[in-house]
Design a protein around this ligand. Structure first.
Ligand SMILES: [Zn+2]
Length: 345
């Protein structure tokens, strides 16, 4: 399977994040994609650079003011004080209920809060370059699919599925899965199905397509009552307006068994099959792995092969987009097991 990969992901390498009230080394590191790249090469998979500029699709998926903020955020931060170049900005104020989010304040911290759902997305000088390379990879994968490829894997980071139309969050800045889905639609696919198998609910992707019937969103994930992102991902979120019935959430209790997970996957696949899609995008989070340091599902390396096999049975041209997965050293084997399971089926 062709993999779209850009070494520009290295530009996003924050020194720390905030976790349980403390500064800790980032869980979302360049090593994650490096381990996947190494495993792909070891197994003889072809890698290619992104060849499509995602800017037109990004303008359909994200708001203009959010894209403008993100593209210039680092320069704006350093313009406040050159000493900021050695620091990482984090939001400290947010427009929650009763506060206005229609007005963009001039103050940098206020804008950072306006465009963030949490303080979990460390921003550095190279964040935009890395995130843009990921979005370009997603747009390129869609183009390869439309050119006749059966499946394409985007080995990208930072991940994307928590990023909404106008906000970053959960290590995510640009929503690569949404870019892939929208690019497929723009290139002529009448219906697209997005399946999110990351441990965490893909709140950004859901919200971007929530009122649309052309892009089905299906997610299996840790129950938001106890698991991030907490404020979205419940079973009663079924879509709105034209999109009513085109959003399916399958929350599972933290600590559920592998059998429970695959049973939910069957329900997801049954709904996907009914959508009669022309193409599928898989938000491939691998933090469902038993040894993941921040998640509580129990999948093992072989289970990822089984996942790939099951997805292949849907018979759809497929873009895989790398999302979470924080057991970095095992990420390569787990990701490539999905890819090879898919290819073998
Ligand atoms: Zn995740």
């Amino acid at each position: 399977m062709i993999t779209v990969f850009s070494a520009r992901h290295h530009a996003h390498a924050p020194a720390f994040e905030i976790f349980r009230g403390d500064r800790v080394p980032c869980f979302e590191t360049p090593a994650r994609a490096d381990f996947v790249q190494a495993r792909l090469q070891e197994r003889g998979h072809a890698l290619c650079e992104p060849h499509v500029d995602s800017a037109p699709v990004l303008a359909q998926v994200h708001t203009a003011r959010y894209l403008a903020f993100l593209a210039h955020a680092w320069d704006d931060w350093v313009a406040i004080d050159p000493a900021n170049a050695a620091l990482q900005p984090f939001p400290s104020v947010w427009p929650v209920r009763t506060l206005r989010s229609d007005r963009e304040p001039a103050n940098f911290t206020a804008r950072l809060g306006l465009y963030s759902m949490d303080n979990g997305s460390a921003l550095v000088a190279g964040t935009w370059a890395a995130a843009k390379a990921g979005a370009d990879a997603a747009a390129s994968a869609a183009a390869l699919l439309r050119a006749g490829e059966r499946a394409v894997f985007c080995c990208t980071r930072p991940p994307g599925h928590h990023a909404g139309a106008d906000f970053m969050g959960g290590y995510c800045f640009l929503n690569n899965a949404a870019v892939a889905a929208q690019a497929l639609r723009s290139a002529g696919a009448a219906r697209v199905a997005v399946l999110d198998v990351d441990y965490h609910h893909g709140n950004g992707t859901q919200s971007i397509f929530y009122d649309r019937a052309d892009v089905l969103f299906v997610s299996l994930h840790g129950d938001p009552r106890t698991e991030y992102p907490f404020y979205l991902g419940y079973a009663d979120e079924v879509g709105a307006g034209q999109g009513q019935g085109f959003n399916l959430n399958l929350p599972l209790p933290a600590g559920c068994t592998v059998a429970d997970w695959f049973e939910a996957l069957e329900r997801a696949c049954a709904r996907m099959a009914r959508h009669d899609a022309d193409a599928m995008v898989v938000s491939l989070g691998l933090d469902t792995f038993a040894l993941d340091p921040i998640s509580k599902f129990a999948l093992r390396a072989d289970d990822f092969s089984r996942l790939g096999q099951r997805l292949a049975q849907l018979g759809l041209p497929t873009v895989f987009v790398l999302e979470g997965g924080y057991a970095a050293a095992e990420l390569g084997v787990n990701a490539v097991n999905v890819i090879e399971g898919f290819e073998r089926a």
